[in-house]
Design a protein around this ligand. Sequence first.
Ligand code: PMP
Ligand code: GLU
Length: 397
Amino acid sequence: MNQLSDRLNSLSPSATLAMSQKSAELKAQGVDVINLSVGEPDFNTPDHIKEAAKKAIDENYSRYSPVAGYLSLREAIVKKLKTENGLDYTPAQISCSNGAKQSVCNTVLALVNPGDEVIIPAPYWVSYPEMVKLAGGVPVTVPAGISQDFKITPAQLEAAITPRTKALILCSPSNPTGSVYSKEELAALAAVLLRHSGIIVVADEIYEHINYIGRHESIAQFPELKDRVVVVNGVSKAYAMTGWRIGFIAAPDWIVKACNKLQGQYTSGPCSVSQKAAEAAYTGTQAPVEAMRQAFERRRDLIVKLAKEVPGFEVNKPQGAFYLFPKCSTYIGKSCGGRTIGSAEDLAMFLLEEAHVATVGGTSFGAPGYIRMSYATSDENIVEAIGRMKTTLAMLG
Ligand code: PMP
Ligand code: GLU
C-alpha cells in the first residue's frame, strides 16, 4: 500500500546526499573510502566565528528570532551585498533561512503555480528540478554540454521561453560543473529576459567566493533586471559552515514578504546561535575565505592535471566551485567480470565498490554521460583517488 501523496511519490531522493551516506556506511565498516561525493568544504569553521557562536549561547540567544532573521544579521548581509557586489538592498529585502537550499525552495514555492515552467540549465544542481516538481511546476531543462563549457547561450534561453515560463534558475559558479558566467555572458542572458516580462531569475550564488577568475559577477547588477532577480547566497561554502544552516535571499519586497509568510508557517526563523555565527562571518575578517579559496584553486589545478591523464575522461577547467565534471561516456557499455556499466550511476557505483572512491553519477544532474567529483579534500586524497580510479577504469573492456 502506498499512502504517500503524489507530491512525495514524484520526488527523487538527493543523489549527492545518498552517495555520501553510502560512502560513510562503507567507511564505518572499515573500508578505506575516499569521499569525492558530497560538496562541502573540508575545512573547519574559522575560530572567530565559533567564538561568536559560543558568546551568543552565553548571552542567551536561545529564543525565536524574527522569521526573516535578526535585524543585525540582515544589516550585515545588506552591507556585504553593497561592498562586495555593489548591490543596494534594505534589511526588509533580506530573508534568512536554514541554508541556501531552503532559500531556493522557499522562492520556488512562493512563485510557482501548478503547470508553470521553470527553466533550468543542465547540468544543474540535483535539487532544483525536484523543488519545482514539489511546487507542481514543470522543470524545463536546457542542455549545455562540455563543448560549450556547460553554459547556455542566449539563443538557447530564448528558445526555451514560453508563455508559461515563470522563472529561470541560474547557478554561477556552478554546481556540478564549476563553470562561471562572465559579465558579458550574463548581460546577454539579461537582454533576452528583458524581452519577456515577468520571468523571475533565481540566481544561486552560493559559490561566489570560490572563484578562480578574480571577481564574482551577479545577474542582479543590471538595473533594468534587478527587480526580477532573487539573489540566493549563504555562509555554507565561503565560510566552511555547511552544518550551521544559514542561507538568505535578497529580493524585491513582494517576494521576500511571501517567503517570510511561508517560512512563518513552516520553519520559523533559522537557528538563533547560527545566525550570530553568520553575522560574525560577514562582519569579521575575510582572510580565511581567501585562504580556503587559494587552497581550492591549487586543488583545482591538481585534479584537472591528473584527470586529464585518465584515458576516456574529457575534462574542462572549472573557474569556480570545487567540482570537476568529466565526460566519461566512453566507459558506458563496457564490462568487467560479467558486470556491464549501463550508466554513469553504474560507473560511480563500480568506482565506489572497486576503487573505494565515492563520486556521483551525472544523471541526477541532468547529464547522463558524466560523473561529478568534489575536490574539497586534501591533495593526498586527490592524488590517491585519481590513481585508484585510473587503475580501476583500466579493468573495463
Ligand atoms: N545551491 C547549490 C548550488 C549548492 O551546491 C548547495 C549545496 N549545499 C546549496 C545551494 C545549498 O547550500 P546550503 O548548505 O546553504 O543549504
Ligand atoms: N550541495 C552539496 C552537493 O551538491 C551538498 C549536498 C546537497 O545539499 O545536495 O553535494
